[in-house]
Design a protein around this ligand. Structure first.
Ligand code: NAD
Length: 476
């Protein structure tokens, strides 16, 4: 019997060779949404063989046409937005409005990758000797293995599909087994638009087994991963031992500096929206709130007021501002971080507990007086918790802000132009929001510094991680 969420190999939706599967759970109700198929090695071999053929077929399609196909896929997603957004909400939990925004962002990535595909070109120049000609060809890097997470299951996969397919590569993607439906819908939109069926594979299974198998295959030339730092290091080491290039978009723990010259209520309102979006399960989420002492109490009081008023509920229900966490694992992780902070002396200003006993709902939480050794100040929380850290001394605050292995994003709130420039220049992060917490639009190359990643995704260079060059020297 074909499972609800099958594998997609060579254009066929089908179960795994040995019939294995796992339950997909709706995080709002804890009910099963069906089963997701697990790929056996025989399925992966088939997916790899298809990708090898798909690469030859797709790379031969003129970039102008590839661009048109990607743009058509974007239009397909938008045409089906209500159905796909519902799938996203059911499997991931986010409110429908956020799910719709994710579908649109995914379409924007495909469109952008399609635009950039039309600009693929090489270079040609006179060589150093008379009669010598030097050329640089820009070529697809080959078959890509992509591993994508559950927090933005469609948009984070769409980034990788846009770059890889725009460059002319074939791609095998292993999405998160917990959110399989939206990536299958993305793949279907691409196939319907005209991407050759062999050029796209979607496989699920035991993550460590699938990644080891695909990375080791001589058919795979490039690895791209979005997820946690420990898993990123593992995959990068496997790829490195075979000298295969990687792109790594990993975790963050964003310092958010609120200087004493801003309106604390206005800043708290903006930051509550940013903090509780997607239940705080965003790598760019603001996570450590350094607030200058003179406004710290007003900021904290308003943030707590917002947290208490935040409407948490099933994402399908009108009015829900925040859905559940993804799974029981996340619920336990968040509970443990908050319990640890409280045991060390932190004070709960709002939330601090699970909501209800069905669904993985956790209350929007504000913590005050958080001691420096609390785990939440060192480990990525990935949940709706805001630890507030009043500061007096800028140097000391900056030392703490830069003091972790994370280098993804940081935020500065100040109207003092010289001060915020100074702070921005000292912050060791790949994204800095000034009076802003941006999302990632396709026209921007996003990448982490330090252990938060390697390489970028998006921007006018969106195809580059999926390209290689060849130098051709000709004497006439
Ligand atoms: P996790 O590290 O267990 O899994 C994260 C993702 O990686 C999942 O999609 C999982 O299927 C995949 N994965 C795990 N092991 C893998 C392997 N060996 N090979 C290939 N894929 C593998 O963590 P989790 O509990 O699911 O998520 C929480 C953590 O994940 C967070 O703390 C955060 O750091 C990270 N995360 C980051 C992002 C991001 O956008 N950078 C997105 C989601 C999760």
């Amino acid at each position: 019997m074909t499972p609800t969420f099958p594998l997609l190999i060579d254009g066929r939706l089908r179960p795994g060779a040995d019939g294995a599967s796992e339950d997909v759970i709706n995080p709002a109700t804890e009910e099963s949404l069906g089963h997701v198929a697990h790929a056996a090695p025989a399925d992966l071999d088939e997916a790899l063989e298809a990708a090898r053929r798909g690469l030859e077929e797709w790379r031969a399609v003129p970039p102008w046409t590839r661009g048109a196909i990607l743009k058509q896929a974007a239009a397909n997603l938008c045409a089906d937005i209500e159905q796909i957004a519902r799938t996203l909400t059911l499997e991931q939990g986010k409110p429908l409005a956020e799910a719709r925004a994710e579908v649109i962002r995914s379409a924007e990535f495909l469109e952008w990758g399609g635009e950039q595909a039309r600009r693929v070109c090489g270079r040609s120049m006179m060589g150093r000797d008379p009669g010598q000609r030097a050329e640089v060809e820009t070529l697809p890097i080959g078959v890509v293995a992509a591993f994508t997470p559950w927090n933005f299951p469609m948009a984070l996969a769409a980034k990788k599909f846009a770059g890889a397919l725009g460059a002319g590569c074939a791609i095998i993607c292993k999405p998160s087994e917990e959110t399989p439906g939206s990536v299958l819908a993305l793949a279907q939109a691409l196939l319907d638009a005209g991407v050759p069926k062999a050029a796209i594979g979607i496989v699920f299974g035991i993550p460590s087994e699938i990644s080891r198998y695909l990375i080791a295959s001589p058919i795979v030339s490039k690895i791209t991963f979005t997820g946690s730092i420990p898993v990123g290091k593992l995959l990068a080491a496997q790829a490195g031992s075979l000298m295969k290039p990687v792109t790594m978009e990993l975790g963050g723990h964003a310092p958010t500096i609120i200087c004493g010259d801003v309106d604390p209520e206005q800043a708290a309102d903006l930051l509550a929206r940013a903090k509780f979006a997607n239940g705080g399960q965003i790598c760019l989420s603001p996570t450590r709130f350094f607030v200058e002492r003179n406004i710290a109490e007003r900021f904290t009081a308003r943030f707590a007021e917002q947290a208490l008023a935040w409407r948490v509920g099933n994402g399908l229900e009108t009015g829900s501002q925040m859905g559940p966490l993804l799974n029981n694992r996340r619920l336990q992780a968040i509970t443990s971080l908050v319990d640890d902070a409280l045991a060390r002396g932190a004070v709960v200003r709002a939330g601090g507990k699970r909501l209800g006993d069905r669904g993985y709902f956790y209350a929007p939480t504000v913590l005050d007086t958080v001691p420096a050794d609390a785990r939440i100040l060192h480990e990525e929380p990935f949940g709706p918790i805001a630890p507030i850290l009043p500061f007096d001394d800028e140097e000391d605050m900056l030392r703490q802000a830069n003091g972790l292995e994370f280098g993804l994003s940081a935020y500065v709130f100040s109207h003092d132009v010289r001060r915020r420039e100074r702070l921005k220049d000292r912050l060791q992060f790949g994204t800095v929001g000034i009076n802003d917490v941006p999302t990632h639009p396709p026209e921007i190359p996003l990448g982490g510094w330090k252990e938060s990643g390697y390489g970028t995704e998006g921007g006018i260079e969106i195809l580059e991680p999926y390209q290689k060059t060849r130098f051709v020297s000709t004497r006439h």
